[in-house]
Ligand binder design. Structure first.
Ligand SMILES: [Zn+2]
Length: 305
């Protein structure tokens, strides 16, 4: 090896040593993943995010729960989180458009409480959804049982906030209100306007003057709804979904017997959606590293004008 070759080798070695020293000294975060609005965020997996949510709820996790991963890998690196009432096909498409690969859904993805896919195996609707989820590596996790176990119930809290009814809450209650006096018709009309829905249904005297209102979100079952209607401090129950031959007929009989009772059925989605909307605000604090968005599923029904 001549001197010329040696000096080339020394030069190359010193460049390598210089580069190694510089890269070691530079405070580069290797886990920087992507930037949105110039905000760096760091690698978090879906599992990491669920672990933070465990802490956020402050409740003891149930051994048997539907709050589980439904699709995708729990160790997937998350680029964005979408909260929603229900991971509909349309919600999934909008999540992908917004770079969210982790969908936190309140209700099931596959048309039954436990998200069993066997009953509809080979069904074109279910297959289309599964194909889309797989193509986009979407992780879906359900947050149902434990958000309802929070104090106050996270879904109810969001609904009250959405209505701006914190000021009407009865002391010590999370879902019983004393509102300014109005007729049942006026109350129903104000809810119809507020949620921009044409499909709410009402049982009761439209002219009933009411102030005492209860809120029952989702589909807690007829006994839970009837127990609220039995209360002396509930004239009108604002509810989500009800079996038509149970709570509905109970209210019809109560009204026919001259009792001051009424029910306003918003529909399941409308009665819980604000819970998932305001959850997104809380999760922005819980997982500041990852963008969190609320994606509205909306009311599935329509009605002729
Ligand atoms: Zn619910």
């Amino acid at each position: 090896m001549n001197n010329k070759h040696k000096s080339h080798i020394y030069k190359a070695l010193s460049i390598i040593i210089f580069l190694l020293t510089v890269s070691y000294a530079m405070p580069v975060r290797k886990d920087i993943n992507k930037c949105e609005n110039n905000r760096p965020y760091y690698d978090l997996t879906a599992e990491d995010i669920v672990a933070r949510i465990y802490e956020y709820t402050g409740v003891e996790w149930l051994e048997e729960t539907v709050d589980q991963f439904k699709t995708g890998r729990s160790d997937e690196i998350i680029t964005g989180v979408a909260t929603t009432f229900l991971a509909t096909y349309d919600v999934l498409k909008r999540a992908v458009d917004q770079n969210c690969n982790f969908i936190i859904t309140h209700e099931p993805t596959f048309y039954n409480h436990y998200d069993y896919t066997e009953p509809l195996q080979g069904d074109p609707v279910q297959d289309m959804k599964i194909k889309f989820l797989e193509e986009h590596n979407l992780v879906v996790w359900r947050f149902h049982d434990h958000i309802h176990m929070m104090t106050p119930d996270g879904i109810v809290k969001g609904m009250v906030k959405g209505l701006g009814w914190e000021k009407y809450l009865v002391d010590g209650e999370e879902n019983i209100f004393v509102v300014p006096e109005m007729s049942l018709k006026q109350l129903a009309a104000s809810l119809k306007d507020h949620y921009s829905v044409s499909t709410i249904r009402i049982i009761g005297d439209p002219e009933l003057k009411c102030t005492q209102v209860g809120l029952s979100v989702g589909a807690p079952g007829s006994m839970s709804q009837i127990n609220m209607l039995q209360r002396d401090d509930v004239e009108v129950l604002i509810a989500g979904e009800s079996r038509e031959w149970e709570t509905v007929e109970y209210v019809r009989d109560a009204v026919d017997a001259g009792m001051r009772k009424a029910i306003i059925l918003l529909g399941h989605a409308i009665s819980e959606e604000d819970g998932m909307k305001y959850l997104a605000d809380d999760l922005k604090e819980v997982i500041p590293e990852v963008p969190v968005k609320f994606i509205q599923a909306g009311n599935p029904f329509w009605s002729p004008e």
